[in-house]
Write a new protein. Structure first.
Length: 118
């Protein structure tokens, strides 16, 4: 089992910045890719950014240049630095991890609310 805990969500003004953090519990499973997804009201959950153990990164087109994902493999953490935030970035942000145990499974955190509003 892998438990993920997110932090850093907040109310921020347009143009502001936030840093979201995700920490995975200590586990004997091998954590492969970690990523961030978001779920806005009335929309489907969508990928924001993903990073592999080799630090290969993938971003959604709508966040390129504004968001940066980083990872500490030794600590099993993945952070999302968000700059130049827009009202349309308002959503619940979820941390995701793919881990290899008896099976390869996806694990999710509980989510952290990000609200961009003046």
């Amino acid at each position: 089992q892998v438990q993920l805990v997110e932090s850093g969500g907040c109310l921020v003004q347009p143009g502001g910045s936030l840093r979201l953090s995700c920490t995975a519990s200590k586990t004997v499973f091998v954590i492969n890719a970690m990523g961030w997804y978001r779920h806005a009201p009335g929309k489907q959950r969508e990928l924001v950014a993903e990073i592999t153990t080799a630090c290969s990164k993938r971003y959604a087109d709508y966040v390129k240049g504004r968001l940066t994902i980083t990872r500490e493999n030794a600590e099993n953490t993945a952070d999302l630095q968000m700059n130049s935030l827009k009202p349309e970035d308002t959503a619940v942000y979820y941390c995701n991890a793919e881990a290899t145990g008896p099976l390869v499974l996806d694990y999710w955190g509980q989510g952290t609310q990000v609200t961009v509003s003046s």
